[in-house]
Design a protein around this ligand. Sequence first.
Ligand SMILES: Nc1ncnc2c1ncn2[C@@H]1O[C@H](COP(=O)(O)OP(=O)(O)O)[C@@H](O)[C@H]1O
Ligand SMILES: [Mg+2]
Length: 461
Amino acid sequence: MANSLRIRLLWWLLVPLALYVFVTGKTEYDNARHTANLVQDNQLVASARMIAGEVEWSDGFLRVDVPPAALEIFASPYRDQVFYSVRVVGGPLLAGTPDFSPRRLPAPDVPDSYYTDLHGQQVRAVDIVRLMYDNGVARPVRVTVGKTVRSRDAMTQQLWRPQLVRQLEMIALAVALVCIGLTFELRPLMKVKDEVADRDPMQLEPIRVERLHTELRPIVDAINQCIARLGVQVAAQRRFIADAAHQLRTPLTLLGTQLQFARQQEGLNPALDEALAAMHRSNRSMVGLTNKLLLLAQAEAADNSQVAMESVDLVPLAMEVVEDLALLAQARGIDLGAELHGAAPVLGHRGLLQALIANLAENAIRYTGSGGHVTVAVRADADANAATVSVTDNGPGIPAESRSRVFEPFFRASTDTEGTGLGLAIVREIADAHHGEIALKSGEGGKGVHIAVTFPCATPK
Ligand SMILES: Nc1ncnc2c1ncn2[C@@H]1O[C@H](COP(=O)(O)OP(=O)(O)O)[C@@H](O)[C@H]1O
Ligand SMILES: [Mg+2]
């Protein structure tokens, strides 16, 4: 999660934004508090001046009548408490609360604002001094008006809160936009992921994604270059296997001939003859294996479009295979039949298609016991624009649990017969190279094997 692009981007966005909101929020709070203080102080000064204006001489004594208007200017829904005191400096209290602790004496008519505590509450107070003259002698009268700070606090909040809320809304919007925007902008990347994830292991074409961001293109280009290098490597390896198989054929053939020659010598010790015969059998199976390896390499090359394709009719091709295998079938007591009518042209490689049919038919003949039936059939389906070649037998069949694996190279479901395990791997490779679909099921009456390969027709109508 910590490595999520979304979360990392959000961090990049949220941390500076939060810092910005904190700093501006603090400044805005200070500004709002300053404005509220100013408004409050103006009210206090106005009230103090109004009261001071009412101080007068009466019968040689200083008197004051506090006008109601001087206190009404503080009316607000926040129920602030207002205190005042009018005192002759160094003399008696003329009106109001006596509890204001005296402060330094300000210059006459210059208001002095300060905070103080009164009855356990914070109070903002303003002092104003008015000089009253008695026969040329000045008597300073100090008027103090104080007020709790509830309405001032409320005003600060009213000035500051909406700005804060707007900024928090902006952050929330930015977060939402980053999340939505990323989801949209990451789609091409997800497409690249799908492209790569859905691939066959041997699909080595470059990745193609339309409308890819400039920033992502180098990544895809790098992957494509890697795929290209892999392709070269795979091709080299295939060529190596094909070359090795090809090189092995000559000495193996030579060895076979030499073994045969050795066995024809007169007066051969029977034990030696037995050994030579065994060597000859091993030699034959090695020739078979190299031939199949070569064929598999050719089929893989064809699957990678490295072999020229032509229009090939499956019907005569199957006929040739049936004729080639007739002797083997006869030797094994198998009734080999063919259902070959009309024409079934497909686009492909003649030798490989013949090998495909031969491998299927050979398997059917070899795994079906004596007295069995094997049928090779080719059908063209004009509606589906497809041609199907199928081989059906009534032998032992392939157990259900092995069916998904018989097409893997070197997998053999039964080991009591000779074989390489490459036959069906070759069939699958050739089918893939010709865009064919393989279907494997039980033969007639649930017995034996029915394998059908369906190819697209060469001449679409
Ligand atoms: N017609 C069939 N009837 C029964 N089993 C079969 C048939 N075709 C193939 N198989 C099974 O599938 C396995 C793989 O076949 P294949 O790839 O041709 O290898 P191989 O024939 O060399 O063993 C065989 O070992 C065999 O067990
Ligand atoms: Mg086989």
